[in-house]
Design a protein around this ligand. Structure first.
Ligand SMILES: NC(=O)c1ccc[n+]([C@@H]2O[C@H](COP(=O)([O-])OP(=O)(O)OC[C@H]3O[C@@H](n4cnc5c(N)ncnc54)[C@H](OP(=O)(O)O)[C@@H]3O)[C@@H](O)[C@H]2O)c1
Length: 302
């Protein structure tokens, strides 16, 4: 099922947003989309890092059509400002890659007291997608892509303990946020179908790659990871392939979930990814949707 990146026709005239475009998988996704002719809006929390990343892409692709807009997904006001700025400057959005994410072990919360991974990885992208939705053409080439993770597999949504403070699993909150990404894509797809829309919402996971994501690991875990990663993990460019497949392949349907097919799904050709039974629960996805509407203060595709 892997697709040939070289067979994709020019995408000139199309507009994409990649969140977290300055580093890791988002950087590689931006580079590839720009190479196909997309205008890519690099949605980054640090303008300085974004400028550096933009320069690095322009060195490789002098004709890349890149704009930068500041976005802090952990802050709903920043998401609102970003969406307004986008609407003021662009008339449509063909591809939204909700790529940015954090993995933390510190139990940090955002300004509103919401656990930082739930806020950044799920609530921010939920509101962003909602606010930009009206600009997405009703077309099967329009894509909304969620970046989930293998980490969704052991997770559940802790409705009564969103910060996962009662859990003794240190990965519970990250896993929950990545499960939320997958269930958001599924529920979005169901709601799009119900309202007769052609827009395709789907999820991917990148396998594993040595990006900036793991910087908060304990020293022991981090160095073990650094030693093992070249042997078992993807490069960031390869880890971007599931996102590119979801954004560009004509052979995808809403609600699908793609990732690498090799050993433990860490790397390899892109294909249909395995998912936990819990992630298929529509009742949980509906409850998560309602909670997300409440927490962001905005109804979405009711
Ligand atoms: N790499 C893997 O093995 C792996 C595995 C499974 C899933 N994923 C998922 O892949 C996605 C990309 O991660 P990555 O591996 O490329 O990690 P990364 O190198 O750390 O990149 C993450 C990006 O997200 C941005 N970001 C973090 N917090 C943000 C916020 N509040 N607002 C806006 N942007 C924010 C970061 O910006 P700064 O540079 O300013 O921090 C960075 O650009 C994430 O959703 C992650 O969960 C990765």
């Amino acid at each position: 099922m892997d697709f040939e990146l070289k067979n994709i026709p020019s995408q000139k005239g199309r507009v994409a947003i990649v969140t977290g475009a300055n580093n890791g998988i988002g950087f590689e996704t931006t580079l590839a989309l720009a190479n196909y002719g997309f205008k890519v809006i690099m949605a980054c929390r640090s303008l300085e890092k974004a400028e550096k990343a933009k320069s690095a892409i322009l060195e490789k692709l002098p004709n890349a059509d890149l704009d930068i807009l500041q976005l802090d997904l952990s802050d709903l006001n920043s998401v609102k400002t970003f969406a307004q700025q986008f609407k003021d400057n662009y008339s449509k959005l063909d591809v939204l890659i909700n790529n940015a994410g954090v993995l933390i072990y510190s139990g940090k919360k955002n300004k509103e007291g919401i656990e930082l991974q739930f806020a950044t990885n799920h609530l921010g992208p939920f509101l962003l997608t909602n606010l930009l939705f009206e600009l997405i053409p009703d077309d099967s080439n329009s894509r909304i892509v969620a970046l989930s993770s293998l980490a969704h597999k052991g997770a559940k949504i802790h409705f009564d303990d969103l910060s996962c403070e009662k859990s003794d699993d240190p990965d519970a909150a990250y896993g929950q946020s990545k499960l939320a990404n997958l269930m958001f894509a599924d529920e979005l797809n169901r709601r799009l179908k119900k309202s007769g829309k052609e827009i395709v919402a789907l999820a991917v996971h990148p396998g594993g790659s040595d990006s900036g994501l793991f910087d908060e690991m304990s020293k022991l875990k981090y160095y073990t990871f650094k030693i093992l990663s070249p042997l078992i993990l993807n490069s960031n460019a390869a880890a971007a392939k599931p996102s590119l497949f979801a954004a560009l392949s004509p052979n995808v349907k809403g609600g699908e979930y793609f990732g690498p097919q090799g050993f433990q799904e860490f790397k390899g050709k892109v294909g249909v990814a395995k998912r936990s039974e819990y992630s298929k629960r529509e009742d949980v996805a509906v409850d998560l949707w309602k909670l997300s509407e409440e927490m962001t203060g905005q109804p979405f595709l009711r």
